[in-house]
Design a protein around this ligand. Sequence first.
Ligand code: NAX
Length: 335
Amino acid sequence: MAAATTITITGAGGQIGYALLYRIAAGDMLGADRSVRLRLLEIPQGMRAAEGAALELQDCAFPLLDDVEVTDDADVAFDGANIALLVGARPRGPGMERADLLAANAGIFGPQGAAIARGAASDIRVVAVGNPANTNALIAAASATGVPADRFSALTRLDHNRAIGQLAARLGARPDAVRNVAIWGNHSATQFPDISHATVDGIPLIDALSGTLGGEAAAHAWLDDEFIPRVAKRGAEIIDVRGSSSVASAANAAIEHVRDEQLGTAGGWTSAAVVSHGEYGVPEGLVCSFPVVSDGSGYRIVDDLPLDARARERFGASVAELVAERDAVRNLGLL
Ligand code: NAX
């Protein structure tokens, strides 16, 4: 077996951390032939929870788990890291303005980016899960001097999977029959879940939807009035029904994001927020969700899809939000 892969998980004592650790150690992320070394980063208040999770990891006696270390020191956590999942973030507190939230998170993701630059392995790849995920990834990348920006991404795989789940349920299809859905923009309510290139069992999805709903006008009405808002606001729906935010589905999405980036997307594409090089007119440097593919050496944007005026308008609104977040961070002198 090859040398163990070192994986750093921040916020490991939190809810998503707890849902992530055991699946990673069981081999769900990198496969049954790669052993892993886990580095759990927490703040002092979260250390006991992370230490407890580490005790349980020991009690699972996973054959692939070489070693677990719990720390509140970012330099220790990222030392030699091959993969980092940045989950720990500052949630929006009562009365907190957007600028306060961005600043609080810049105070987390900036120093973590710098620690990654100081100590991570040369093949490091980082995904920001903690919100606001896109801008947190942007800040971490900007602070990681010497690490190529394209090593940083943010999670929109949960939005992608939510879209597939909705479509499969509406069409009575298996989720794996639905291909080439795309999430464009920000991981927020402005995101654009797009089915215009999607297929189900090889048939254009819009045709299948028109057949199910009784015509193309009805299909477009369902997409605009139900599908898009439901996917974009699914996080709030989960909180309303479950009484707590998405945890298992978020951890699952993070595992799939890393797995596909590291091992490759097999046919079709997925969605991830990655650094723009100007694709589709998105300002260079923004961390924006696009359809992406990977051959195992990192995500590459699918950059040649036609977008109609309606799609451009929705995508443009979400990109404008990302620009505003970036500018707010810049104006605070944090970028
Ligand atoms: P929890 O509050 O359960 O856990 C967060 C943990 O992070 C806590 O244990 C806290 O002590 C730790 N933490 C805070 N600051 C830290 C720092 N500087 N270094 C290390 N650890 C730190 O939240 P949880 O439910 O696990 O959610 C984590 C983040 O994921 C939140 O920001 C949440 O908004 C975000 N989400 C992102 C999603 C996505 O698709 N991108 C979906 C799910 C989730 O909402």
